[in-house]
Write a protein that binds this ligand. Sequence first.
Ligand SMILES: *Cc1c(COP(=O)(O)O)cnc(C)c1O
Length: 397
Amino acid sequence: MTDALAELTVPSRLLLGPGPSNVHPRVYQAMMTPVIGYLDPAFIQLMDDTQRPLRTVFRTENDMTMPVSGTGTCGMEAAIYNIVEPGDTVVVCQNGYFGTRMADMAKRCGAEVSLVEAEWGRIIEPDQVRQALKAAGRVKAVMIVHGETSTGILQPLEEISRIAHEHGALFLVDAVTSLAGCELLIDEWGIDVCYSGTQKCLSAPPGMSPITLSAQAMEVIAKRKEPVRSWYVDMTMLGRYWGGGTTRMYHHTPPMTMLYALREGLRIVLAEGLEPRFARHQRAARALAAGLEAMGLVLHAQEGYRLPPLTTVRVPESVDDMKLRQGLLQGHNIEVGGGIAALQGQVLRIGLMGYNATAGNVLALLLALETELAKQGFRVEPGAGVAAAARALAAQA
Ligand SMILES: *Cc1c(COP(=O)(O)O)cnc(C)c1O
């Protein structure tokens, strides 16, 4: 008998699911930087070095742009708990799992929630939002998911933003999967509140959630009748810490190791450039789609609105989804996601996020998938997927 623990080991996986995605090696390296005190003058520089590139990546001039300490869901809480108070009415667009989570949070804040729904795998139409706003009367905010990781939909935002503002409502957007993977223009599209996460297209570990709020959103928060019910993500208090310069006061100990990670992740994004980075995600996703279709598989998300960092594909009738994913993991070290909630057992969710959006990963996955499908008797012409993906890559070169 011994109390000693064995050395920590985990398998080396290719993470091609809905997140987390593989962490960039340079980000791991940055995480070995020693921890310093949160009032150390050197820490001010680090905060500034994180906020400045975050504004660039969000394409915003918003003063209130910073990461909150927690995963993407923490960003969602920061956004919703600060904006919503009891008695408010909000419109929540729900065409996937994360829209459902937003609606749940808004209800917990005491809001009356008017739902705008679409099938899981189709976009929300602007007209639906217009109708809902008309019926709801005074509305505090319209909430929507930009990249729905549960369905593979990339939701167009500009027109819905205009409709929300015409009605005097704030526009609140979940960009956990889309930030740094797809075009997202906070200021130009009139987005008032937007949050993301570090573990998807930013290629850092889970643990921080970048958030940005417009001056109008901060004004709405300043006029609240009651204090924000979350102390930890009270944006007014957090703003005093992040925007306070040398006079900043203790709020909570920021997880600086995660700040080092985020800073390095952002440095990598800026060095690549936003446009080339989006193009790389698109190339990889198109190659994957071509390969999957050549294998006789059917893509799930509405054509024309597919989310490059996350592809959903239907699991064929004759195939056991769980066995397929276990085969990919155990036989090939590749993780892909299964469907959740309404799409349970029906789709695979394949992520090509940030560092992972490469031709090599697409080809490796297609080959592994072909092997595992064949084991279940789903016949694919050998190499058909890989060949089609290679042709798609060549055509886009
Ligand atoms: C992953 C994800 C979240 C939640 O982020 P966590 O880091 O899991 O807390 C929220 N919204 C979307 C669209 C996501 O993909």
